[in-house]
Design a protein. Structure first.
Length: 435
């Protein structure tokens, strides 16, 4: 904290930062203001100060900038999930496009014609809700740890949106102090739920049936949910409820249907809490790019393969070796015994595939988490692989890792942004490198 903390001052927003925060000047230093627009004249409260500048929140919009829009969500002023709803569509599109071009320039691959595909809202198929002190589903405000209750979320796909009210109804009849979060994932066969607990919910952990009754019986979608957007909406039920205990153990409490996903020509059963791309639409675009880039390869390595999002479609025309740290997802791929796929559990951060191991492949899919894959990218750069499809949800680590490939002689063949994190300061990038 510095001497300016908690003071209220007037500023004008001059630009937007990398994640969409407005930037003004105070005492000759930058001040970062979430949910603001270029041209805004604001009254702000300084909440933090360090040697880099100030963090602040808006207390009053004195005069809005010309690019400011009315946020469509009633929770926008409090919720920290969507931070860019204040931007008018042209400004929003320009911001996301700048994110893509900035990442490419930082990587050393300027590509002026690279475009962003903008997905609609109401497509997000996974969400983690916190539970408020009064036992309702909630989301976290910016830089705060106490969730606010929400009754709708405009980015969620209809099946998840339709479950907010019945889950809140179920929670009203439960002891909720021990529930840390409730995660929902919409899969092809229904909705997968994971309830995370602060402490083991029952003595000895032997009462799963009781938990199943408390959660599963009540969390049933209304048989005739109200239509959304003027069209009939059919809401499948909860396919599975899993408890995540404090030690990380997952215990299935209730299952009414197989938890299935269709990938390529295959249907697979998902383990609890499996990772999926944020939207089905985004996954389709990423898969199409990966398949097109590797169609001439006879052996592809899929690094950070997850549930086999790309391995399974690729296996229809080529051999694939899938590598992932999560043992449950690797075992799941092995259990399905898909022709043309081998799977390996491996920590690619600590133990990346070496250049020598990579030399048996013609192409690689690289889809790391937000941390990127510096160590693995260095090995790819030293290998004989000629095609790399890099899929990244973090433009900063994408730029760092792509620069490594550039220094090794790779050229950027194509790149596109996919805005599957609507109204947030995040962007998915898929890029094809060849040499």
């Amino acid at each position: 904290m510095g001497t300016r903390s908690n003071t209220i001052v007037d500023i004008t927003i001059e630009s937007l930062g990398g994640l969409g925060d407005g930037i003004g000047r105070l005492d000759g230093k930058p001040v970062f203001v979430p949910k603001s627009c270029v041209g805004d004249r604001l009254k702000i409260r300084v909440v933090h100060q360090n040697h880099d500048g100030f963090q602040a929140t808006i207390t009053e919009i004195i005069k809005p900038g010309i690019g400011r829009a009315v946020p469509p969500c009633p929770h926008f002023s409090q919720c920290g999930g969507c931070t860019l709803q204040q931007l008018a569509p042209p400004d929003y599109h320009a911001f996301k496009t700048r994110m893509l071009h900035s990442a490419l320039i930082q990587a050393g691959f300027p590509l002026p014609n690279a475009k962003v595909t903008f997905l609609p809202a109401a497509t997000r198929r996974r969400v983690e809700f916190k539970v408020t002190p009064d036992g309702k589903l909630g989301l976290l405000p910016l830089r705060r740890h106490m969730p606010i209750p929400i009754d709708q979320c405009l980015v969620l796909e209809p099946r998840l949106q339709a479950l907010i009210a019945p889950i809140n109804e179920a929670l009203a009849g439960m002891e909720t102090e021990n529930i840390k979060s409730i995660s929902l994932t919409a899969v092809d066969s229904g909705v997968d739920m994971v309830v995370t607990y602060f402490t083991p919910p029952l003595e000895g952990g032997a009462g799963g049936g009781v938990l199943s009754a408390n959660v599963g019986v009540k969390v049933t979608p209304h048989p005739n949910p109200p239509p959304q957007g003027g069209r009939e909406l059919c809401v499948p039920g909860i396919a599975r409820i899993t408890a995540r205990l404090p030690d990380g153990t997952l215990q299935t409490l209730m299952q009414t249907a197989p938890v299935e996903m269709h990938l390529g020509n295959h249907t697979i059963i998902l383990p609890p809490d499996a990772f999926l791309q944020a939207t089905q639409e985004g996954q389709n675009l990423l898969t199409r790019a990966a398949m097109e880039a590797t169609k001439s390869a006879t052996f592809v390595v899929d690094l950070f393969c997850g549930i086999g999002t790309y391995s399974l479609p690729l296996s229809t025309f080529t051999k694939v070796h899938a590598v992932e740290i999560d043992g449950s997802m690797v075992q799941n791929l092995k259990r399905h015994a898909i022709p043309n796929i081998t799977a390996e559990q491996r920590d690619l951060f600590k133990n990346p595939l070496s250049a020598n191991e990579l030399n048996r492949f013609q192409a690689a899919i690289l889809n790391p988490p937000r941390l990127g894959a510096k160590a693995q990218t260095e090995q790819l750069a030293q290998s004989n692989i000629h095609t790399i499809v890099m899929i990244s949800c973090n433009p900063a680590t994408f730029a760092r890792d792509a620069k490594i490939l550039g220094k090794a002689g790779f050229r950027l063949e194509s790149a596109q942004g996919i805005d599957q994190f609507v109204w947030s300061g995040h962007l998915e990038i898929v890029a094809v490198f060849k040499r």
